[in-house]
Design a protein around this ligand. Structure first.
Ligand SMILES: C[S@@+](CC[C@H](N)C(=O)[O-])C[C@H]1O[C@@H](n2cnc3c(N)ncnc32)[C@H](O)[C@@H]1O
Length: 339
């Protein structure tokens, strides 16, 4: 196969010239929208639907399961009760003008039914005290669905109460010429019972002074009294880099990868070392890697065997090399030359 054919197979949209300098093009584009590539990768996936991979040291578990089936939750948990749930479901929007099976856009009522079902399935393995996070979006081109509809649906889940509503600010956005640039990603935070929470700080120094107070006859300001010289993240996060193909943590083929820093922040605040974390939408395996780095056990799955395989490989690659992703390189090196 010549270079042009190979790049086209890997999802590139541009014609290639023979390479004269190192390639910095992503090994492949969106896996969900390239069925030829996706189906070729299936033969390198160690799990079939319904199967679980178990990691012996930390007890992490990765499966190919459907969140809609309550048995999936019982299977992945295997009797354990995760105290932190970090879920990043498909947002019911068309991403990059391609409506695909993994990131599909459905009727809103179907999407809310899907959402209610998977949330209730999670409740079946939730202990009395737990954190429950959901990443979600609001499509301005479609009446802001599904975020408000999801929030209203959540009012019917009696055991969970709203705790916070976090916005992560992206650097890149869209709609800059005739509108405010759209740079937000939403993160809903619910709790069950009274789970513990740890304070964390950003790397951003406090720059505002003031809030004077007399303590033991001495005039102090907020900088003297604070526990850290840096600010807390609050519920608007402005210090998290988006993942793009040159980022060290990038996993080629994953179009919806969350930044490791954001997931680590959730895990650090909302769980303790040794706790079990559950993520029902593994994709590039960010939650698994974040849990590994912070000493938490992670249970995770994806309906698609290719994403479950990438999740497992990402952990293995990290343990072997210390790298958090592949940047633009191919996570399936055995494929090169054989296609
Ligand atoms: C938005 S992505 C998750 C991104 C992930 N947080 C990351 O950082 O890589 C959603 C994932 O959910 C998976 N998915 C879609 N429907 C599912 C279902 N019914 N059960 C389990 N996983 C599903 C998709 O295959 C996709 O990989």
């Amino acid at each position: 196969m010549n270079t042009t054919e190979q790049l086209n197979l890997f999802g590139s949209t541009t014609e290639s010239k023979p390479e004269t300098k190192p390639q910095t093009k992503e090994a492949f584009g969106r896996l969900d929208s390239n069925s030829t590539l996706h189906d070729r990768l299936l033969k390198y996936c160690r799990l079939r639907p319904g199967e679980i991979w178990e990691e012996p040291t930390m007890g992490h578990r990765v499966g190919v399961l459907d969140v809609i089936d309550i048995e999936s939750l019982y299977t992945i948990a295997d009797g354990s009760k995760p105290s932190l749930f970090v879920n990043d479901p498909p947002y019911n929007v068309v991403v990059g003008n391609v409506n695909t099976k993994s990131l599909s856009k459905n009727e809103l009522s179907d999407y809310i039914y899907f959402s209610k079902t998977w949330v209730e399935n999670c409740m079946a393995i939730m202990p009395e005290n737990a954190h429950f996070y959901i990443w979600l979006g609001a499509d301005v081109r479609d009446d802001f669905q599904p975020l408000p509809d999801f929030m209203i649906m959540m009012r019917g889940i009696q055991e969970l109460s709203p705790r916070n509503f976090i916005t992560l600010r992206n650097q890149r956005g869209y709609g800059t010429q005739k509108n405010w640039m759209w740079v937000r990603q939403e993160l809903l935070h619910y709790i069950r019972g009274n789970p513990s929470f740890s304070v964390v700080y950003t790397d951003i120094p406090k720059i505002l002074r003031g809030y004077y107070k007399n303590i033991n006859g001495k005039r102090t300001e907020n900088l003297d009294r604070g526990k850290s010289k840096n600010i807390r993240p609050g519920n608007v996060w402005v210090d998290v880099q988006q993942v793009f193909y040159r980022a060290k943590e990038n996993v080629p083929g994953c179009y919806a990868q969350k930044p490791l820093k954001a997931i680590e922040r959730i895990i650090a605040t909302s769980s303790n070392e040794g706790d079990t974390v559950l993520d029902c939408f593994a994709h590039s395996g960010t939650t698994l890697l974040a849990g590994e780095r912070l000493g938490r056990r992670v249970l995770t799955f994806d309906i698609d065997p290719v994403f479950a395989e990438l999740t497992i490989r990402r952990l293995e690659h990290y343990r072997k090399t210390g790298r958090t992703g592949w940047q633009w390189h191919n996570p399936f090196p055995e494929m090169e030359g054989s296609v």
